[in-house]
Design a protein around this ligand. Structure first.
Ligand SMILES: Nc1ncnc2c1ncn2[C@@H]1O[C@H](COP(=O)(O)OP(=O)(O)OP(=O)(O)O)[C@@H](O)[C@H]1O
Ligand SMILES: [Mg+2]
Length: 255
């Protein structure tokens, strides 16, 4: 596959997956043609990029191969950044995949349809969701894992690593610290120790800030309205690490 697929995933909910997916997609779109696939029925990434949720015929038709993915893709207000929206029909995605042939390869198969259109595909995964995650990991060239400092964050990282090791993709895992509050002793200690102790955790630290919270009101990537904020720079840095890992190739851009 010419396009590079990046899955943003964790077994844990509410750790900053969607926030990372949207900001990484925006960073990547400065240089590459990017598709963000919102695999979450809640459609948070779709909302944050001001795209209308709704896949014609629902995702079931897409998975069954009855409808073409190109018709479901929406452009955003940003050059070279498109979204495959999530909507409520994704609630049953695990079930839909379960009934499909080679169920862990459906996402990969669907992406083959847009092979030449994008250099980078970012998958925003719901937490847990076994088969959706399996699909995302199967097609991934890298799995990005946000880690909120806590004694349990190592465990979720190890769960994801075990999951990836068991898949055929064996994609590299890129962990980073998310929602870091340096006023907390535990958070400071984790920032100092974790990246050094664990080779798959980068030293990129995304602070917990109001600038990120504002994304919900602005419905925009943080870098678009607060480019010099520490969190915006951290996502820029995170993209550089992910880019070095997957090495996307830019072809002719649309605009
Ligand atoms: N660095 C940050 N600083 C402050 N708030 C943040 C930060 N990162 C994420 N948040 C907020 O935390 C909440 C959860 O973030 P997000 O939706 O990205 O997590 P998620 O892992 O995708 O959640 P889910 O598992 O429900 O899909 C959101 O309201 C988001 O705005
Ligand atoms: Mg999410």
């Amino acid at each position: 596959m010419a396009q590079k697929v990046i899955a943003v995933y964790s077994t844990k909910g509410g750790v900053g997956k969607t926030t990372a997916a949207v900001n990484l997609a925006w960073e990547a779109a400065k240089e590459f043609r990017v598709l963000l696939w919102d695999l979450d029925p809640q459609g948070a990434a779709t909302f944050l990029l001001q795209v209308k949720p709704k896949v014609k015929g629902g995702v079931a038709a897409l998975v069954a191969g009855d409808s073409k993915v190109a018709g479901a893709i929406r452009s955003t207000g940003y050059d070279n950044l498109d979204v495959l929206p999530g909507d409520a029909s994704y609630r049953d995605l695990d079930l839909v995949f379960d009934h499909a042939k080679k169920s862990e390869q459906r996402v990969s198969k669907i992406l083959e349809q847009v092979e030449g259109d994008y250099d980078v595909v970012i998958l925003d995964c719901p937490p847990g969701a076994a088969l959706v995650a399996e699909n995302a990991v199967f097609s991934a060239h890298a799995v990005v894992v946000p880690l909120v400092p806590s004694p349990l964050s190592m465990r979720s990282l190890e769960q994801v690593e075990g999951f990836v090791a068991a898949s055929v993709s064996k994609a590299p895992v890129v962990g980073f610290l998310s929602m870091v509050d340096r006023r907390k002793t535990l958070h400071r200690a984790t920032v100092e120790q974790l990246p050094g102790a664990h080779s798959s955790v980068t030293d990129v630290v995304v602070p917990a800030t109001v600038q990120i919270e504002r994304m919900g009101a602005e419905r925009a990537p943080v870098g678009s309205y607060a480019p010099s904020a520490e969190a915006a720079r951290a996502y820029g840095e995170l993209w550089m690490r992910v880019k070095a890992t997957v090495k996307p190739k830019a072809r002719s851009r649309k605009h």
